[in-house]
Write a protein that binds this ligand. Structure first.
Ligand SMILES: NC(=O)c1ccc[n+]([C@@H]2O[C@H](COP(=O)([O-])OP(=O)(O)OC[C@H]3O[C@@H](n4cnc5c(N)ncnc54)[C@H](O)[C@@H]3O)[C@@H](O)[C@H]2O)c1
Ligand SMILES: [Zn+2]
Length: 368
């Protein structure tokens, strides 16, 4: 009889978005396969490895694997955090690429959370009018959300994510082992998006999310399957609506009110996932009032969020009027957000035109 641990199987989900077809490889230790994937996918001769300074050791491991596969590596470290998602940083990275002879046939490798994925993804989309891209997301949020779907870009001082492009990768490598070093608050923020997928996808996924034990991230084999199912959900939606003309807007569940809270509280006070935690509860309340969604989905969701350290109560000093103003600005900025995403029950999504101000106010006030 053999004892010891059973190896966790890797999972590969294929993305098919527009003309792009690419594998998303998920598994513990998956980083070590990057050289083989690079060769299999014929990615190019050189790699511009753009990495978050907080994951330098991981980036080093990726670079070693790429060099072993015969790839010329040009590393560029980026300071951690949203302030790096700028046109200035884009220019700096593109100039390093130019100085170091990165060509049209080479590729960008993005190693980090959503900040690096968005920034380096936009380098890939714009440098020499577009070169290949490989995503190596290192936060839970980046794995289940930002590394999938092709949205890339940077912030302007005036507004977030205002300059960018849609650009799909050659492949994506997700190694849940890297989440071990992620601060608990960041893990929880990623989990808020996982809760969103539970609500959007099915009662089956919701039940698994509901049963997910604290502390995060949880047991490796189950985690790989959880990430796989969130990725598959997003890929399926985006494959039907890459440019967000309809269905893709469903991924904004919890984000209408959530963005309003994030902005009204002042960026940074609530992390994105924390604002989404509150936004999901508001959306479930509005879904109850507008579509008769059983109110139990709200209370069950609140229990999940609480268990994982996400907020279910909004600070008294964030005025409801400021949240509504921020939502109105958000709405003007994007034609698609005129629809509010609601859920009748997990897996049954309803899009509704602007719900009344009273309903939204009541849903926000319930969070106090
Ligand atoms: N493109 C999209 O579709 C999409 C979707 C959602 C969010 N986003 C963007 O993603 C960004 C947020 O992403 P995020 O939450 O991953 O934030 P992030 O990239 O800032 O990472 C969060 C923090 O974790 C650190 N970190 C990253 N990986 C780590 C690891 N393995 N171990 C230890 N520390 C690690 C980072 O240095 C940072 O301090 C925002 O800019 C948002 O606009 C994009
Ligand atoms: Zn989000």
């Amino acid at each position: 009889m053999t004892t010891g641990h059973v190896p966790v199987p890797r999972h590969v989900v294929w993305g098919e978005i527009g003309a792009a077809r690419f594998p998303v490889c998920i598994g513990p230790g998956e980083i070590t396969n990057i050289g083989d994937l690079w060769i299999e996918r014929r990615v190019g001769d050189a790699a511009l490895v753009v990495f978050d300074g907080a994951v330098a050791a991981l980036a080093q491991a990726v670079e070693d694997r790429l060099r072993a596969a015969g790839v010329r590596v040009v590393p560029v470290a980026v300071p951690p955090g949203e302030p790096s998602k700028t046109l200035q940083e884009l220019e700096r990275i593109c100039r390093v690429a130019a100085q170091r002879g990165i060509r049209r046939t080479d590729a960008v490798v993005a190693i980090g959370g959503g900040v690096i994925g968005d920034l380096a993804g936009f380098v890939a989309a714009s440098y020499q009018r577009g070169i290949k891209l490989v995503h190596v997301p290192t936060t839970l949020l980046a794995m289940v959300d930002s590394a999938i779907g092709g949205k890339t870009g940077v912030d302007l001082p005036e507004a977030k994510n205002y300059v960018g492009a849609i650009w799909q990768p050659q492949f994506v490598v997700m190694d849940p082992d890297v989440l071990a070093g992620l601060p608990p608050r960041e893990l929880a923020c990623g989990f808020a998006e996982v809760v969103k997928y539970g609500l959007l996808d099915s009662s089956e996924l919701f039940a698994r999310v509901e049963a997910w034990p604290a502390p995060l991230p949880g047991e490796p084999a189950a985690l790989v399957e959880l990430i796989r199912d969130c990725v598959a959900h997003k890929l399926n939606v985006v494959s039907q609506d890459e440019l967000e003309q309809g269905l893709r807007a469903s991924l904004n569940l919890g984000h209408t009110v959530g963005h309003g809270i994030e902005a009204a509280a002042g960026y940074g006070r609530y992390h994105h996932g924390e604002a989404i935690s509150l936004g999901l509860l508001a959306a479930l309340r509005i879904g109850h009032e507008l579509c008769g969604a059983p109110v139990t989905w709200r209370s069950r969701t609140a229990a999940i969020l609480t268990r994982h350290g996400l907020p279910t109560q909004l600070a008294a000093d964030v005025p409801t009027d400021d949240i509504l103003d921020a939502m109105a600005r958000d709405k003007k900025a994007s034609a698609t957000s005129f629809n509010m995403v609601l859920v009748h029950e997990p897996g049954t999504v309803v899009l509704r035109q602007n719900p009344s101000r009273e309903l939204v106010v009541a849903a926000i006030e319930e969070l106090r």
